[in-house]
Design a binder for this molecule. Structure first.
Ligand code: HEC
Ligand code: HEC
Ligand code: HEC
Ligand code: HEC
Ligand code: HEC
Ligand code: HEC
Ligand code: HEC
Ligand code: HEC
Ligand code: HEC
Ligand code: HEC
Length: 309
């Protein structure tokens, strides 16, 4: 009998305790959504910018996304912050999500909650995500600098965004031979996805050659006579980001070729002149290799085995 009484007493104590917890959480309210219009009064600058951006347009056109791309989709429910009425010492004030206080992972999780298709599908596996680069390292939601705020960029152009961090690539843009990136006809993002990709080094193709051949289709082949290093990788001979050799070559000719081909039958320095007995020796200087072997990317001529035609 005593034991039963004890058990009953414990039971009563437990339920009282549970009730107490439940009550206390009712009296400590969680913030609720109040809608973007409630923020306008105090944050008109952010509101106006938001209204004209893709996020603002998506909110007006509610059918476009599941959920609501308003202020609170990024800053969290705002009722307590609004009630604080601008008093920074009120406990509710700080319930608003502040990006300056978030880790890269927390900030990114907000964005990838909606942006998980397209290029952003690859985000988790990108070098950027691994090295704690954040969506808001490159995107400036309220003060973007790109024309029309189309991509909400932190700089006026895509390339300008990249070279704020990638200094070596910045310097490469100034080399004498390069693709027209510095001129603005191409951007880093023509070749790389800032958000990750299925290929190496975030390139927009599965292999380097597939990337290059999307624009340089004349080098695609198939050729009757293939040149093995061209098939393998364009970067056997070219620097993607520019070089001080013409045609963005990785080395000067003829040494470019002689990294692989022995000079025996085509010697290339002044000191090789005694080899004049060899018909081509005295001509194997400077661009000579490609003067006689112009089809080095591959030839379709029946007698093009040596890429001479
Ligand atoms: C009654 C005025 C008022 C309203 C309404 C209001 N805020 Fe604020 N909020 C402030 C003040 C004041 C600050 C501090 C100064 C500042 O950063 O502009 C602030 C700061 C912020 C900050 C930055 C906090 C920080 O420390 O960096 C965010 C984010 C923010 N508010 C979001 C919102 C959102 C979203 C809404 C609508 C749900 C909203 N606010 C509604 C007054 C208000
Ligand atoms: C797409 C996500 C997103 C939406 C939507 C959004 N914000 Fe922000 N907000 C941010 C980020 C990120 C920052 C940090 C600064 C930055 O990167 O621009 C920020 C910063 C702020 C700040 C701090 C001041 C500043 O500029 O740094 C305020 C205030 C603010 N937001 C208010 C609002 C209001 C009001 C709305 C709706 C009209 C809104 N935000 C909509 C992401 C968002
Ligand atoms: C509630 C869902 C949602 C959240 C959260 C969100 N976005 Fe968006 N975002 C959208 C929608 C919807 C669009 C409009 C897409 C369109 O116009 O096709 C958009 C557009 C954009 C655009 C412009 C792209 C374009 O092609 O017009 C960028 C850049 C962007 N978001 C970045 C971000 C970043 C960075 C964050 C995190 C700080 C973020 N978004 C958070 C839903 C969201
Ligand atoms: C390293 C810089 C960088 C980072 C980090 C980054 N972006 Fe972008 N994002 C860009 C650039 C640059 C563009 C515009 C590309 C172009 O020129 O077409 C862009 C474009 C976009 C677009 C427009 C559609 C598209 O894919 O072109 C969306 C949406 C977007 N980013 C969302 C995000 C989200 C979400 C994150 C974080 C998960 C993120 N971005 C991280 C640089 C970045
Ligand atoms: C906020 C700084 C920052 C910005 C801005 C930035 N990056 Fe990066 N990027 C990094 C870091 C950090 C790494 C990782 C470097 C490492 O692992 O050594 C990286 C790595 C890369 C890589 C190598 C990927 C790999 O798999 O190794 C590529 C390609 C790249 N970034 C392209 C871009 C492009 C294109 C842009 C502009 C749209 C850009 N980055 C803007 C910081 C940045
Ligand atoms: C014509 C295409 C192309 C353009 C334009 C381009 N890249 Fe690259 N990038 C490549 C290729 C190809 C690689 C090497 C991939 C590999 O090694 O497999 C690469 C590699 C990289 C790497 C990895 C480190 C390295 O050098 O190997 C970074 C970082 C990078 N690029 C950043 C940039 C930035 C920043 C820009 C703009 C200033 C840019 N790239 C423009 C094609 C390009
Ligand atoms: C997005 C399109 C695009 C991609 C991808 C691309 N290129 Fe180019 N490339 C160009 C353009 C545009 C030019 C300038 C053509 C001109 O001036 O006639 C060019 C020029 C060149 C030149 C001549 C440079 C000079 O100084 O004369 C070489 C070599 C070259 N590309 C190699 C490559 C290689 C290797 C790749 C792959 C890593 C590649 N390209 C990927 C667009 C591209
Ligand atoms: C074996 C070395 C080698 C390889 C590999 C190579 N190239 Fe070249 N490429 C050259 C040389 C040498 C020139 C200069 C030819 C000249 O001046 O007549 C050149 C010139 C070019 C040019 C500019 C002139 C033109 O013919 O349009 C482009 C574009 C180009 N290469 C693209 C590529 C692409 C794309 C690949 C990969 C599919 C590739 N190259 C692989 C050696 C190479
Ligand atoms: C990365 C190494 C490499 C570079 C650089 C290179 N080649 Fe080749 N080349 C090869 C290989 C491998 C073969 C195929 C050899 C074979 O099939 O026996 C080849 C074949 C050839 C052939 C046909 C020879 C034959 O016996 O079928 C010629 C001609 C040739 N290369 C010229 C050049 C010229 C000119 C250059 C410089 C513009 C050059 N190569 C740069 C690796 C290279
Ligand atoms: C004066 C024209 C001429 C010049 C310059 C020239 N070649 Fe040749 N090369 C030929 C001819 C023609 C052949 C065809 C084979 C033959 O008839 O001996 C050939 C054959 C080759 C072969 C295949 C046979 C072998 O010897 O392995 C290679 C590889 C080659 N050349 C590479 C080069 C390289 C590398 C250079 C630059 C250092 C170069 N050639 C400069 C005309 C030239």
């Amino acid at each position: 009998m005593r034991r039963r009484l004890l058990a009953f007493a414990v039971l009563v104590a437990c339920s009282v305790f549970t009730l107490a917890i439940a009550r206390s959480s009712f009296s400590d309210p969680t913030p609720q959504r109040v809608g973007s219009a409630a923020c306008k009064e105090c944050h008109d600058k952010q509101y106006q910018q938001f209204a004209g951006s893709a996020h603002g347009r998506a909110e007006q056109d509610a059918g476009r996304v599941a959920g609501d791309p308003g202020c609170e989709s990024c800053h969290g429910p705002g009722s307590l912050h609004v009630q604080a009425d601008g008093d920074e010492n009120s406990p509710g004030f700080k319930t608003i999500k502040r990006y300056a206080k978030l880790s890269a992972q927390e900030a990114n999780a907000t964005c990838t909650g909606c942006h998980k298709a397209g290029d952003q599908f690859y985000w988790q596996h990108s070098a950027h995500a691994r090295k704690n680069v954040s969506c808001v390292s490159c995107h400036n939601i309220h003060d973007s600098k790109d024309p029309g705020h189309a991509k909400l960029l932190s700089q006026p152009t895509t390339t300008a965004v990249c070279i704020t961090c990638h200094k070596a690539n910045h310097f490469a843009l100034g080399k004498t031979a390069h693709m027209p990136v510095a001129e603005g006809e191409m951007t880093c993002a023509d070749c790389h996805s800032p958000h990750g990709s299925a290929g190496p080094k975030q390139i927009r193709a599965l292999t380097v050659n597939e990337l290059c051949l999307t624009c340089h289709a004349d080098k695609r082949g198939p050729f009757l006579w293939e040149h093995a290093p061209v098939r393998e990788n364009c970067l056997n001979c070219h620097e993607a980001h520019g070089s001080n050799n013409d045609r963005a070559l990785a080395a000067k000719r003829p040494y470019l070729c002689q990294r692989c081909h022995v000079a025996t039958r085509h010697p290339s320095t002044m000191y090789d002149l005694p080899d004049l007995a060899n018909s081509s020796s005295n001509r194997s200087l400077n661009r000579s290799c490609t003067n006689c072997h112009p089809q080095l990317h591959g030839s379709n001529h029946p007698s093009g085995k040596y890429f001479t035609r």
